[in-house]
Design a protein around this ligand. Sequence first.
Ligand code: SF4
Ligand code: SF4
Length: 143
Amino acid sequence: MIIPLLKGLATTLKHCFSKPITLQYPEVKRPVYPRFRGHPELVINDDGSRRCVACTLCKVVCPSKAIKVIEPAEGEHHEKYPVQFIIDLTRCIFCGFCQEACPKGAIKLNNLYELAQYDKSILVYDINKLTQETSQIRMPDWL
Ligand code: SF4
Ligand code: SF4
């Protein structure tokens, strides 16, 4: 009778001093693996310009037609850049084909995974929301 009781007590005590396996989410976020595929975002250069040259290759390869609009413009030295870039994240399947197809390394899947929203229209990202710097600080609206 007393032996099982002591065994149970020992197990309880052992777990009292072991490292917890749960996290205080959402205050503490679980780190993701390096190969995790979050949502696509546009990469910016050191000078703050976008790396994208509006070639539309990513749009062509996207299997779920999530990349809706890539509107190109031309600079004074005939360099092309996008003035609008829209991805519907409700259609995106996070396959990474856009990242693989891009000849400039201008679109990358980030490590953000908090995309739940009450309103689906919030998940249609324009060029500003897709730009790397701003997307890193984006949080779901309901937090
Ligand atoms: S990750 Fe896949 S589905 Fe999403 S935009 Fe890129 S190619 Fe399209
Ligand atoms: S993100 Fe890459 S593949 Fe897509 S339009 Fe820009 S340069 Fe082309």
